[in-house]
Each structure stands twice: as structure tokens, then as C-alpha cells.
Design a protein around this ligand. Structure first.
Ligand SMILES: NC(=O)c1ccc[n+]([C@@H]2O[C@H](COP(=O)([O-])OP(=O)(O)OC[C@H]3O[C@@H](n4cnc5c(N)ncnc54)[C@H](O)[C@@H]3O)[C@@H](O)[C@H]2O)c1
Ligand SMILES: [Zn+2]
Length: 361
């Protein structure tokens, strides 16, 4: 299959292209030239990604790259401070474009620096993990963690463009790739049975990073995320569907102090638990839950949860950002391809859903 056409995301705060093309990294400079953004560019990346991409990116900027340490634990304000320092040292004025090259961590941090430096300069997102390509680079949520919790500090800052090269995924460790793939499955469940079927049917080609298979799958995800963001830039309604699998997923991450699971793996469990809950309520056909469970099993092993307490996980749900004025907005699948939001999910149901994953009481 050929490259996907260029998509556009139209939000109240701006319209931007999402370009998905094999090898586009090698012509990133020309791709950015086409955008209406200032010509002075600063690449923000990390040493891991920079080692892999420096050669293809040599023409993008004449400035020294701003390299931040690799890892979620550096997704904090101090790292944003280091980016400000570098920009100020280089006398970067408002005619500056930040080019974020990396996974979701780099994208969120560099995007937040861009949102706030001189009250905002444009950012071009160049995501290099599957998770970032299908999810975090699109939608304008940027920010950092606080010692008290994930993503507690942030802003909305839509990118000037998102440029996706599926070829960079060749070097991604298998576990990272798989973590992103759970989010792909999420898009299938919330919005597209054909996408779900495609992942199921082409799993081995996806894991082999076959670009011909990756491009349409990534494009579908970007289209779905873009559409949701267009409808609901600030997450007051439809954007909540993107949280499918995330209520229990986030709770699993929190009770294991963000050390056991890759985010996507926790979402894998969260989707299974939500599907279980939906079937118990008679909201989803059991066959669809079984199809989801079979696909998740086919994707590979998830870290064990047998030692975790369902009660503790349910308590962690209560502390989640998605609890608004005491109400939990729980995304309930009704089929592969459709969801609804329930505000009457009880703690007992959540506990039973967690136990269905193999957690103890
Ligand atoms: N803004 C949003 O809407 C949004 C949505 C979902 C997730 N997020 C955030 O995204 C972050 C997770 O992102 P992630 O999963 O991309 O993790 P990550 O950015 O930590 O990347 C994972 C690892 O892969 C490395 N890497 C990146 N590209 C590579 C490549 N091409 N080849 C080899 N290694 C590569 C990274 O250096 C890192 O070590 C979290 O902080 C999460 O909160 C944000
Ligand atoms: Zn997620």
C-alpha cells in the first residue's frame, strides 16, 4: 500500500497537518520548510533517539540539539528548565520553532517548553515511538509529572505539524513497540472494527515493522485521534472515549509506582477489565470481549498482576484525574468499534473487574 495521504486536524486553536510517510525523516528539513513556522529551529531530543536519528536530521537545524535525559523520571519541571536555559543561552526569540524528536516523554516535555517559552512558540512533533506516533504527538496535550502524580502540570498547545516516519520504529525494542500496539487496539475497540481486525490479521507483519502494514494502521489511529480532538479539544465529552482502558490501567500503574508496566501494558489490562465489566452489565456481547481477550493474549505476555490487591487498585481509581466532582466517568465498550460513558459504575463492579484479571482481593 502507498503512503497515507496527509491528514489535517482542525481545532479551534489551529489546523495542522499530520504527515505519515516512510523515509520522511530524511527530508524533515524540506517538510518543515513547507510549514508556516519560524525558520530558526531547535531540536529537542534525548541521547538514545539522537544517536539513531542524528544523521538523517543533520540538515534540520544549525543550532546545537537540546538533549534531555532519557526516561519518564526526567519528565519534570527541572528538565523543562534546562530547555529554557538552552533557548535563552542561544538568544532564541519568538521567531523560534521547537522540533520535538522522540517518544511521548520528549514530545510532552518539549511541547510544554514550547507552550510556555515566551508565552508560546510553535512546536513540530516528530514522534519516534509507536505510542507517540498514534497517540501523544496529536492533540496538543503537553506537560510534565509532579512528585505527587503523573501529568499534573501541563497545557494545551497544538503542534504546527506532526511528522511521522514509520521507518524509525525499526529500532524500537519489542516491548516498547507492543506497548504502543495496545493503544492501537484501543482505537479499534472505541472506533473501528476494521482496524481491530487488521491488527488481529496482520500481527506478525506489524511486529516485523513492515512499513506497508504500519502506514495504514498508524494513519487510521491518527485519523481517529484527530477526529476526537477536533470534536472536543479540551476533553469535556467525546475525547473521554480515548480513556477506554485507562481507568484501571492508570490505577495499576499507580499501585506499582509506575515501575512494573509500560503504560500500554497497563491499558491492555484495563481494556480487558472494562470489557469484563461491560459484559457483566449486559452492555457488550461476550463474543466481543472474547475477541479482545484473544487478541491481547496473542500479542504476548503481560507482567503479572497476581500479587496485586483489587481493593488497592479500586482505591487508586478514586484518586484518578477522571473522577470529576466525585463522579467517575467510565468508558464502557458496547461492541468492538463503539463505546459509551457510564457514571454509575460501582466500586464493587470495579473490584470484580480487577479480580477478573487475576488480582487477589
Ligand atoms: N500528550 C498526550 O496526549 C499523551 C498521550 C499518551 C501518552 N503520553 C505520555 O507519553 C509518555 C510515554 O511515551 P513513550 O511510550 O513514547 O515512552 P518514551 O518517550 O519514554 O520512549 C520509550 C523509550 O524508547 C526510546 N525510543 C524512542 N524512539 C525510539 C526509536 N525509534 N528507537 C529506539 N528507541 C527509541 C526512548 O528514548 C525511551 O527510552 C508518557 O509520559 C505519557 O504520559 C502523552
Ligand atoms: Zn494511553
Amino acid at each position: 500500500m502507498s503512503d497515507a495521504p496527509r491528514l489535517h486536524v482542525r481545532t479551534p486553536s489551529g489546523t495542522y497537518p499530520v504527515e505519515i510517510a516512510v523515509g520522511v525523516l530524511g527530508r524533515l528539513s524540506a517538510a518543515i520548510d513547507e510549514l508556516d513556522v519560524p525558520r530558526r529551529r531547535f531540536i529537542v531530543s534525548n541521547p538514545t533517539v539522537w544517536r539513531l536519528c542524528a544523521d538523517s536530521l543533520s540538515g534540520v537545524s544549525t543550532e546545537d540539539p537540546i538533549l534531555i535525559p532519557d526516561g519518564e523520571r526526567y519528565k519534570q519541571l527541572a528538565t523543562v528548565g534546562r530547555i529554557y536555559d538552552a533557548l535563552i543561552r542561544a538568544a532564541a526569540d519568538r521567531a523560534t520553532t521547537v522540533v520535538a524528536v522522540g517518544g511521548g516523554v520528549v514530545g510532552d516535555i518539549a511541547g510544554f517548553a514550547a507552550a510556555t517559552y515566551l508565552r508560546g512558540v510553535p512546536v513540530v512533533q516528530v514522534p519516534t515511538t509507536l505510542l507517540a506516533q498514534v497517540d501523544s504527538a496529536i492533540g496538543g496535550k503537553v506537560g510534565v509529572n509532579h512528585a505527587a502524580g503523573k501529568n499534573l502540570i501541563g497545557a494545551y498547545h497544538q503542534p504546527a505539524a506532526v511528522i511521522v516516519d514509520p521507518e524509525v520504529l525499526a529500532s524500537l525494542p519489542r516491548r516498547e513497540f507492543r506497548a504502543g500496539l495496545y493503544e492501537v487496539v484501543k482505537y479499534g475497540v472505541i472506533a473501528s472494527r476494521p482496524l481491530f481486525e487488521q491488527v488481529r490479521g496482520q500481527l506478525s507483519q506489524l511486529f516485523a515493522r513492515d512499513p506497508a502494514v504500519l502506514v495504514p494502521v498508524i494513519a487510521d489511529c491518527c485519523r481517529i485521534k484527530g477526529r476526537v480532538v477536533e470534536e472536543d479539544e479540551r476533553e469535556s465529552g467525546p475525547r473521554r472515549a480515548l480513556n477506554f482502558g485507562h481507568t484501571l490501567g492508570h490505577a495499576l500503574e499507580a499501585v506499582t509506582k509506575y515501575r512494573r508496566f509500560r503504560h500500554g501494558e497497563a491499558v491492555g489490562y484495563g481494556m480487558l477489565a472494562a470489557a469484563h465489566l461491560a459484559v457483566e452489565r449486559g452492555a457488550m456481547p461476550a463474543a466481543d470481549r472474547d475477541a479482545l481477550a484473544a487478541l491481547v493474549a496473542q500479542m504476548g505476555p503481560l507482567p503479572s498482576v497476581a500479587d496485586l490487591s483489587a481493593r488497592q487498585v479500586v482505591e487508586a481509581v478514586g484518586r484518578d484525574k477522571k473522577v470529576i466532582a466525585g463522579h467517575l466517568h467510565f468508558v464502557l465498550p458496547v461492541a468492538i468499534g463503539a463505546t459509551t460513558t457510564a457514571t454509575d459504575v460501582t466500586l464493587e463492579e470495579l473490584g470484580a473487574a480487577a479480580r477478573s484479571l487475576g488480582l487477589r482481593d
